[in-house]
Design a protein around this ligand. Structure first.
Ligand code: 0O2
Length: 215
């Protein structure tokens, strides 16, 4: 049976709770990572729960009838984003997420090593999370995206331009955005190598030569 608006509200409230709980957990990674690496690894965290209309639109796009049963198959109703400093911090954070026992990674997409045709780069994880509300325990999905501050800069601006143009993005705009994504990725790499070069523990001739070549 199709969802009525009260049921939809209840579902969104449950994902809002999941978003808040996961956000607290992800925020709590900041300090230990900073202590371990002697610099902030995670810069900030964003989160959102999908709006009812985009949820219904997504279910319909998949050809599903919008019911209590099918709606929970959508895996990014609760979405969180971890913004890190450097490219190698992405793998660090992903490893930490894999080790946790309070969420289980069930799917991953590495758009950093395999960028989307738009130029988009980020690491996406789908996790299963056990939560409790007044009706008792349930296991639900959430999406966690991990990206550098450089990748974030590109994604935010590109997203707002795509929104402006809708699906009719002029090809020269799309091509330029792809090129800028490439340039941003090169900058990310240079920044990371320079960090290696200045961090005492990794100062080797090899890293220094690489850093000089890049700059
Ligand atoms: P929002 O507002 O960020 O939530 P689907 O979700 O069905 O479209 P899929 O395969 O489930 O497809 O999702 P995918 O491709 O793994 O990632 C979808 C999310 O990644 C998007 O969520 C964006 O957050 C981000 N994303 C993917 N491609 C791009 C891109 O080209 N540019 C930007 N800026 N972001 C991208 P939403 O729900 O579309 O948006």
């Amino acid at each position: 049976m199709s969802l009525n608006s009260q049921q939809l509200e209840g579902i969104l409230a449950c994902y809002k709770q999941i978003e808040s709980e996961l956000r607290v957990k992800l925020e709590s990674l900041k300090s230990p990572l900073e202590m371990k690496f002697g610099r902030p690894v995670i810069l900030f965290i964003e989160s959102r729960t999908k709006k009812g209309n985009s949820l219904i639109e997504k279910a319909r796009r998949y050809g599903w009838q919008v019911t209590e049963e099918t709606i929970h198959r959508i895996k990014d109703i609760a979405g969180l984003r971890i913004i890190v400093q450097h490219l190698d911090d992405i793998d660090r954070v992903v490893d930490v997420l894999h080790q946790r026992t309070d969420l289980r990674v069930i799917d991953e997409k590495d758009f950093v090593r395999s960028p989307k045709t738009s130029g988009y780069r980020s690491y996406h994880l789908i996790v299963e999370y056990d939560y409790n509300d007044l009706r008792g325990p349930a296991t639900r999905y959430a999406e966690i995206q991990v990206r550098t501050v450089g990748q974030h800069f590109w994604a935010v601006l590109q997203h707002s331009m795509m929104y402006k143009y809708g699906l009719e993005v002029p090809s020269h705009v799309a091509e330029n955005l792809r090129l800028i994504a490439e340039e941003t990725s090169n900058m990310d790499e240079k920044m990371m190598v320079m960090r290696w070069a200045v961090s005492r523990d990794l100062e080797t001739d090899e890293v220094r030569d690489y850093a000089e070549k890049l700059v």
